[in-house]
Write a protein that binds this ligand. Structure first.
Ligand code: NA7
Length: 528
């Protein structure tokens, strides 16, 4: 697949291009980008590796996969008709419902006719613009443990879960990994398994989701309130409906603080993370108060205190990694048929044909589940051989970390635009997707209306934005912790150094900067 900015030949000598735009990926960004570019009357083609639309929600079919954002804040906002037509059944919808929703969107806007699924026949296509909609969490990583391929039972990575149901009844099951995915999987399958063994390397701070059904009355209110709710999401730091409390942690008395934490712990969703005191993610002492509060909750909820201590994180503070939200996760460890293995004490030596061998024991399993995460943010870019001007390879350009202009463009890669690429504001992701896609669409419209065939970020623009993103990350506790958010992954060669992979300023500030560039008719770009 080649983007064709016609570096050598003038536009009138260009060979006919197959498409005006090619989009890679039919997840939430790719689908919406297709919709918008079609409005411009462009010839657009989407290429998707899966057999259906939905991206994240297509691939991550593991048991218990669900939103941690309120369902109604997560859906697309661009169509009033769609908003009124679709009923979310729960405050935090499960994956099957979300996938149904995205299929409805694809049907309603007849998206499928421009999407080609599973392209692996060596075909080549040319296009004016190339848009990557490949997702920040879409390249799953398997652990680098000897013998993985020798296991004789069933084994699955959570992000490559089979389409057919998996029967856990009476089975001896292992789960490796305790991130947001592992937590959702564990709490869900614990009800059905014969025996469950959880292999934990690093415990994560988790807080209750408090999910519930949406009744008819609430449904009506949600639908009446959509414009106001989306407006609020636009104003908050990370596009969630939660926004930090204006107070600092030590501005209130110990009693008030405790009562505030109790309130947040009892409320649904990310409030305890995104709606907490405004300094908990930058001030170590402030952070220690909420970490201590949640540690006490874990000790109360888990009966065996040795197990409770193992579930309490020691190497990072509350909320400095992505917060898994849970539903009776800690109570799972009170079940007789559930065992927690701390693999920092007894490391996994190898996977065997019948199970897992640690330093001190050999376990027998019927099923092994790898909830071992992703080569995040840049991983999906590394897996495609993007080549720019003069054969410049994106992977080489980014070997010491991503360099971008607004997280959307890269110098040397004219006419390529990234949706939810590195250095963009992620947060409540569909809100960021809609902004990102709308901005890119306006840029493409501008190029078309101005008879431009080439739009490219400049070297200065890229280095200024990259420096800005790095500067914003200074002082954030989360940037001092190994996690997917800092591009750290023990299972990928060369990814054991933390990088600043995300834009960590506020979403409104990010949008303001993008709007300013558009208002000045993109004069920071090289246009030809
Ligand atoms: P995460 O959050 O990256 O979690 C991966 C988990 O797997 C984590 O507990 C890792 O431990 C563990 N892991 C990874 N490799 C190994 C090996 N080799 N041995 C043992 N344990 C391992 O991925 P998720 O899928 O849970 O979530 C990613 C995001 O997707 C999530 O935050 C949502 O935004 C959606 P570690 O912490 O590295 O010690």
């Amino acid at each position: 697949m080649i983007a064709s900015p016609e570096t050598q030949a003038p536009p009138d000598a260009a060979p006919a291009l197959d498409y005006d735009a090619i989009i890679i990926g039919a997840g939430m960004s790719g689908m919406y980008q297709l919709y918008r570019l079609r409005e411009l009357g462009m010839r657009v083609r989407v290429f998707e590796a899966g057999t259906g639309v939905g991206g994240t929600w297509y691939w991550n079919r593991y048991p218990g996969a669900r939103f941690d954002s309120e369902s109604y804040t997560y859906g697309y906002s661009f169509s009033k008709e769609l908003l009124q037509e679709w009923d979310w059944s729960e405050h935090f919808a499960g994956q099957p419902e979300t996938l149904r929703y995205l299929n409805l969107v694809a049907d309603k806007f007849s998206l499928r006719r421009d999407i080609q699924f599973t392209l692996d026949d060596g075909s080549r296509f040319s296009t004016r613009f190339l848009l990557t909609a490949i997702g920040p969490l879409s390249s799953p990583t398997m652990p680098r443990i000897e013998g993985v391929e020798t296991f004789g039972g069933q084994s699955f990575h959570t992000a490559r879960w089979p389409h057919e149901p998996v029967d856990f009844t009476g089975q001896r099951v292992a789960v490796i990994g305790t991130g947001a995915t592992g937590v959702q999987t564990i709490q869900t399958i614990a009800k059905d398994v014969g025996h469950l063994t959880v292999f934990q390397r690093t415990p994560n701070w988790c807080a209750p989701l408090h999910n519930s059904k949406i009744d008819a009355e609430t449904q009506k209110k949600i639908k009446a309130n959509y414009p106001e709710m989306f407006r609020r999401c636009q104003e908050t730091f990370a596009c969630f409906i939660h926004t930090p409390d204006r107070r600092r942690t030590f501005e209130v008395s110990d009693e008030e603080r405790e009562a505030f934490y109790e309130k947040l712990y009892a409320e649904p969703g990310f409030g305890i993370w995104q709606g907490n005191f405004r300094d908990i993610l930058i001030d170590r002492k402030a952070n220690a108060t909420i970490s201590d509060f949640v540690a006490r909750k874990i000790r109360q909820r888990v009966k065996n205190q040795q197990v409770a201590e193992k579930l309490i994180p020691r190497n990072h503070g509350f909320g400095t990694r992505r917060l898994p939200l849970e539903t009776f996760y800690y109570e799972v460890y009170n079940q007789d048929n559930v065992e927690l293995v701390d693999i920092t004490e007894t490391p996994i030596e190898r996977i065997t044909p019948t199970g897992i061998k640690t330093g001190d024991r050999e376990y027998q399993f019927d099923i092994i589940i790898y909830a071992t995460g992703f080569d995040a943010i840049t991983g999906s870019f590394d897996r495609i051989d993007f080549q720019g001007v003069d054969g410049l390879r994106l992977k080489d350009k980014w070997k010491d970390g991503p360099q971008t202009y607004l997280g959307v463009m890269v110098d040397g890669f004219p006419n390529m635009m990234m949706l939810m690429g590195p250095h963009t504001a992620l947060g409540n992701i569909p809100r960021s997707i809609e902004h990102n896609v709308d901005w890119v669409t306006e840029l493409i419209r501008f190029a078309r209306d101005s008879n431009l065939t080439r739009v490219e970020a400049t070297v200065t623009g890229v280095s200024a934005w990259t420096d800005h993103v790095k500067a914003l990350g200074v002082g954030l506790l989360s940037n001092e912790v190994n996690s997917w958010m800092t591009g750290y992954n023990t299972n990928v060669e060369g990814k054991q150094t933390r990088i600043v992979a995300r834009y960590s300023g506020s979403a409104p500030a990010y949008r303001a900067r993008c709007d300013e560039v558009a208002a000045k008719r993109y004069d920071e770009l090289a246009l030809a």
